[in-house]
Write a new protein. Structure first.
Length: 430
């Protein structure tokens, strides 16, 4: 590895910050983000995403730009001038979809423009954001060339190494997950692979091209989405047949090659979004992706399904639905994580709102004062015993195992356990 490595990471969210912290243990790193409040918090050693432990963050944080003295450490900034001396730029910005589920590349292109304003001869730009095959070379590189005046693979180079961060997972941390790498030339590909090898203890896989690496990432989440859609459809079928889905999956799981997927609400910024990127690229080539989009539609329908199942159970228990007090436990997109992006719990709440229920949501992981989301129900921080007609355990936070959910209910109240985490008796579950 070239010892003269200066890394700038653009985007300090769930992916960028852990990556910056990891690289800062061995290299000079400047973490760049356009959100000044985020930078201020990080400079004070606080990570609102809870992905990086405070001790880990403080161990690498430094107060001045490390490029000046070529010292290892992480300096966080929203000033473009602080990244102009980097020679490796890594992009970890979001890649969402618009209201019509079409890929929204604006954050990616904006980051590329920022880099182009400071790009120099010999620099390498590595993209980690999830995209469809071709985005790096066909969408991002032209932006780099246009705004820098430099020539691709002559003056500067590019690579793609898809992020594999699993938010909230304290076991499979970023350094313990094998990394796919790629580069725009064979020599650059080897250098990029060596860079990641120097910090990823799980090792790397060098792909033959950038497009292969891009495709590998997008099908990872599409495959998982399809498999979850299958068990979600099973849950709908077995609900009609009055069969416990979990018992069926446990029985089927005794066969050695049965894949143990669980039904649930599929949201977040990866599985609930990335398949649309692949489907869009397929459509541009004239192929309509039936399976991928069908799985997306089915998974997106599960919030309304859960709401209807809860109402059905309430009616069976002679509970009045309109005006019923319903408690939703958890509103993030996954357990033990404060991320609310594309959480499908809100689909459940929207469904119950149509029945006229009085809905309260409780989630100890969310900072409601800073969360930018329109909440169409009551947000509570204290739970009431014997008050609710129904409780929905929508997210499997570990805190929900520390008390009796049954104690929150009225005598005829019902529990619906979306995640199947409760050991106490429940009236319904996926």
């Amino acid at each position: 590895m070239n010892t003269d490595i200066r890394i700038a990471v653009l985007g300090l969210g769930y992916v960028g910050l852990p990556l910056s912290q990891l690289f800062a243990t061995r290299y000079p790193v400047v973490g760049f983000d356009i959100h000044q409040q985020r930078i201020k918090e990080l400079q004070n050693g606080f990570d609102a995403t809870l992905e990086v432990a405070q001790s880990q963050l403080q161990a690498v944080l430094i107060k001045e730009n490390p490029f000046k003295k070529n010292t290892n450490g992480l300096f966080c900034s929203s000033n473009i001038e602080d990244i102009q001396e980097a020679n490796i730029y890594i992009v970890t910005v979001p890649t969402p979809v618009d209201k019509n589920n079409r890929p929204d590349l604006r954050p990616l292109k904006a980051a590329s423009e920022t880099i182009a304003s400071v790009l120099k001869k010999g620099d390498v730009v590595i993209y980690e954001s999830t995209v469809y095959p071709g985005v790096t070379e066909e969408e991002c590189v032209p932006v780099l060339e246009q705004y820098s005046g430099l020539k691709f693979n002559i003056d500067f180079f590019a690579g793609y190494s898809p992020e594999r961060v699993n938010p909230g997972d304290k076991q499979k941390t970023i350094d313990k997950i094998k990394k796919v790498t790629s580069g725009s030339t064979p020599d650059i590909a080897r250098k990029i692979d060596g860079l990641y090898q120097s910090v990823i203890t799980a090792g790397t896989h060098l792909a033959s091209s950038i497009k292969v690496a891009e495709a590998a990432k997008v099908i990872e989440n599409a495959q998982r989405d399809i498999n979850i859609a299958f068990v979600n459809e099973l849950a709908k079928i077995f609900a009609l047949l009055n069969i416990d889905t979990q018992e069926v999956l446990q029985a089927a799981g005794t066969k050695w090659n049965f894949m143990k997927f669980q039904p649930g609400l599929v949201g977040g910024h990866c599985i609930g979004v990335d398949p649309f990127y692949l489907a869009q690229k397929a459509q541009e080539t004239g192929y309509y992706s039936e399976l991928i989009l069908s799985a997306r539609r089915l998974n997106d329908s599960m919030g309304v399904f859960v709401a209807s199942q809860v109402v059905k159970l309430m009616i069976q228990n002679d509970l009045k639905v309109k005006g019923a007090n319903v408690l939703v436990l958890g509103a993030t997109f996954k357990e033990n994580c404060p991320d609310v992006r594309n959480s499908k719990v809100w689909d459940v709440i929207d469904g119950l709102n149509e029945y006229g229920c009085n809905i309260a949501v409780y989630d100890p992981w969310i900072d409601w004062e800073t969360t930018k989301i329109k909440v169409l129900c009551e947000v509570i921080t204290d739970l009431k015993s014997g008050y609710y007609d129904a409780v929905i355990v929508a997210v499997g936070h570990h805190q929900f195992l520390d008390f009796s959910v049954r104690s929150l209910l009225k005598p005829q109240g019902i529990i619906y356990d979306v995640k199947g985490i409760l050991e106490e008796q429940v009236e319904g579950r996926l």
